[in-house]
Design a protein around this ligand. Structure first.
Ligand SMILES: NC(=O)c1ccc[n+]([C@@H]2O[C@H](COP(=O)([O-])OP(=O)(O)OC[C@H]3O[C@@H](n4cnc5c(N)ncnc54)[C@H](O)[C@@H]3O)[C@@H](O)[C@H]2O)c1
Length: 320
């Protein structure tokens, strides 16, 4: 299949491209290197892909660059490009509205002319549910951050194109993804970085927020499986285990062999309190199930971050 992956230089997009290549697909990966976090980190995410004959990278900003040629003969679109994370969405609304809503609309307009398109897989988030995101896909949609609102708006745009123009749409709602290459702003990445450097680690709120965690390889496997999903379906994608922030810190302390220096700060507006995906729909339709335990997944992320730090990659790139 000829696949287009938007957000290919990102955390999950780069893993997805690698998996698609390994399965024999032809992949065009598109990214604009938006400066939400430093470009050198994203360039490193792409390193293994650059040498693959079946992978082509296109530097392209979905907000403004021409898209028709990119999508003309594409068979599957995986739309991951977005401004992620909720904290900055209170202060950079323009970035979130343009990258999450306007960019999605431009991509949807372009794929109307893609005659060979078989699936448009739109990546959304548990944030569309709001403060308590625990349950199946029928939970009320009540986002509590501009990030969640823009991601929900993008879902609605996709559905309107499916209704009006027959877009073969599948919507995936990811729940807290972690593992190697996790974004540097995400909690587990920050915790591990602080532990490795023996620096204070910031916990927002009371630390009893609960997350259903999804290991990145399991998330990617579900995303690839969605190529066979019936158009019109929406699926939650989440792992089997929940943990509070304190549970995670204890596990990471064991991996690091040292106690964390903890600094507590007030809860951030828009933070979710409890997230845990009911994935029965995904399991029933696509036979998917998560394979990586939380302990195993955290150990892999820890080892990856340690290796990046030991080889000087993070310190150089963070300075960029
Ligand atoms: N990481 C998670 O836990 C998580 C959870 C729920 C949903 N998601 C969703 O998964 C997707 C990927 O998230 P991620 O964590 O890999 O984020 P990421 O920031 O690592 O990757 C997103 C990529 O999209 C690119 N991008 C953004 N705007 C663009 C534009 N206008 N044109 C071209 N490229 C653009 C960025 O440069 C970045 O490389 C996002 O849609 C996000 O909302 C992620």
């Amino acid at each position: 299949m000829k696949c287009l992956v938007t957000g290919a230089a990102g955390f999950i997009g780069s893993h997805l491209c690698e998996r698609l290549i390994a399965e024999g697909h032809q992949v065009v990966g598109l990214d604009a290197f938006v400066p939400y976090y430093p470009r050198p980190i994203k360039e490193r995410n792409l390193e293994a892909l650059r040498s693959q004959a079946r992978f082509t990278f296109r530097l392209c900003d979905l907000r403004r660059d021409p898209l028709d040629d990119l999508v003309r003969d594409v068979e599957v679109v995986f739309h991951l490009a977005a401004m992620p994370g909720l904290a900055q969405s209170w202060t950079d609304f323009d970035g979130y509205w343009t990258c999450n809503v306007l960019a999605t609309q431009r991509l949807l307009e372009a794929v109307r002319k893609a005659e060979r398109l078989q699936r448009f897989i739109h990546v959304s988030t548990s944030s569309v549910y709001g403060k308590y995101a625990s349950g199946d896909e029928s939970l009320p949609l009540k986002p509590i951050s501009p990030y969640g609102v823009t991601k929900l708006a993008a879902e609605h745009l996709c559905r309107s194109h499916a209704e009006a123009f027959g877009l073969p749409l599948v919507v995936l709602r990811y729940f807290s993804v972690y593992g190697p290459r996790q974004r540097p702003d995400m909690a587990y990445h920050r915790f591990i970085r602080s532990l490795l450097r023996n620096e204070p680690l910031v916990v927002y709120g009371d630390g009893f927020q609960v997350r259903g965690n999804t290991y990145v390889a399991d998330c990617v496997e579900a995303t690839v499986a969605a190529m066979k999903a019936i158009p019109g379906e929406t699926f939650n994608i989440g792992g089997e285990e929940t943990a509070t922030v304190w549970d995670i810190i204890r596990k990471l302390e064991t991996l690091a062999g040292r106690q964390a220096l903890i600094r507590q700060e007030p809860a951030r507006p828009g933070d979710q309190r409890y997230t845990f995906a009911d994935t029965s729909h995904l399991r029933r339709h696509l036979g998917w199930q998560p394979r990586t335990s939380l302990d195993e997944g955290l150990a892999r992320q820890f080892q990856w971050q340690k290796a990046e730090l030991d080889t000087g990659h993070f310190s150089q790139r963070e300075a960029a």
